[in-house]
Design a protein around this ligand. Structure first.
Ligand code: ZN
Ligand code: ZN
Length: 100
């Protein structure tokens, strides 16, 4: 069923859209949106699964209650904001020196 989920998601990460194919294999993982222990059911439906890239999958499991795809997207966008923040300082390659 995991393979079917990946195919349905076109081997794309559903959080960031990442898609990587190496040879004939795709670098994608299948994540259970509903932890089996919580739902009380042992059978999973295809709707409980989601394709995530290794990075997003890692993020999802940083919390004991796995992050939702929406939350992972937010984490990504906030990280992007931070990256912009740190790049804000202009490189001072031209040091203007006033020497008199
Ligand atoms: Zn991803
Ligand atoms: Zn998972």
């Amino acid at each position: 069923m995991a393979e079917e989920r990946k195919r349905l998601d076109d081997y794309c990460c559903q959080a960031c859209g990442f898609r990587l194919q190496i040879g004939s294999r795709f670098v994608i993982e299948v994540h259970h949106k509903t932890p089996l222990s919580d739902s009380g059911v042992t059978e999973t439906s295809i709707d409980d699964l989601i394709s995530l890239c290794p990075t997003c999958h890692r993020i999802a499991h940083l919390r004991s209650t796995p992050y939702e795809v929406e939350e992972i997207r937010e984490i990504h966008s906030s990280r992007a904001d931070q990256a912009v923040e740190t790049n804000r300082g202009e490189p001072s390659s031209f040091g203007v020196t006033d020497e008199e």
